[in-house]
Write a protein that binds this ligand. Sequence first.
Ligand code: ZN
Length: 263
Amino acid sequence: ARIHDTTANATAAFGRCLTAASLMGNMQKVENGSMTMQIKGGGPIGGITCVSDSVGNVRGYVLEPHVPLLEKYPGKLDVGATVGVSGTMTIIRDLQMKEPYIGSIELLTGEIGDDVTAYYVQSEQIPTACALGVLVDRDQSVKVAGGYLIQLLPGAPDEIIDKLEAGIKRAGAVTPMLEAGMTPEEILGQVCGDLGVLFMGTQEVSYKCYCSRERVEAALISLGRKELTEIMAEGKTFPVECQFCDTIYSFTPEDIRELLENL
Ligand code: ZN
């Protein structure tokens, strides 16, 4: 919210996507792999792009951060209406192989959690439950945000499935649990009930951008000689803004000339 100056509706939609991307990216377990989630739903936010690294650090941007207030009822932000439902969710997995894996589904509700669930069922044939929540405070900051993603292993017995479904229903929405101060461990405990949970590891994650001056230089070089020469000829400092973290990299005509020499 701070980096992209998002309004409450955009914050809620973007926060849910970033949370889902973090969970999904962390599950890939491929060193240097990454996962990109692209959502285009026809709603006022325009589009959402989130990228996770292989442990779950995320970055992203939305096309229109200043979405006007849309509520389902007073006090409840309407994320589905923010994102829209006439469009797609596309997941691009870079598994460090020749070609990335790309899967796409039609958006179900635009509420993101439902759409992630539908993605796994339709595109990867994995029964999944995903709940996400972002609570935006009165001052537009994020009070709490989080979620869970549960998947069945092949051959899971019906008894387990029934217990999980009942637990998900019993636990309810994730935002009230977060607001009550419950930890991720406690939330999973609530959902899984007497099935019990064995915690095998924890991972710190954050909003993390991998941009650098070197990467921006490489992107400028890829524009080609003609375009770079035109930029240099304007004789002004050329700013390049990272769309993920809004860092501005400035290039003087002299900097551009050096890039041209190295072409
Ligand atoms: Zn950046």
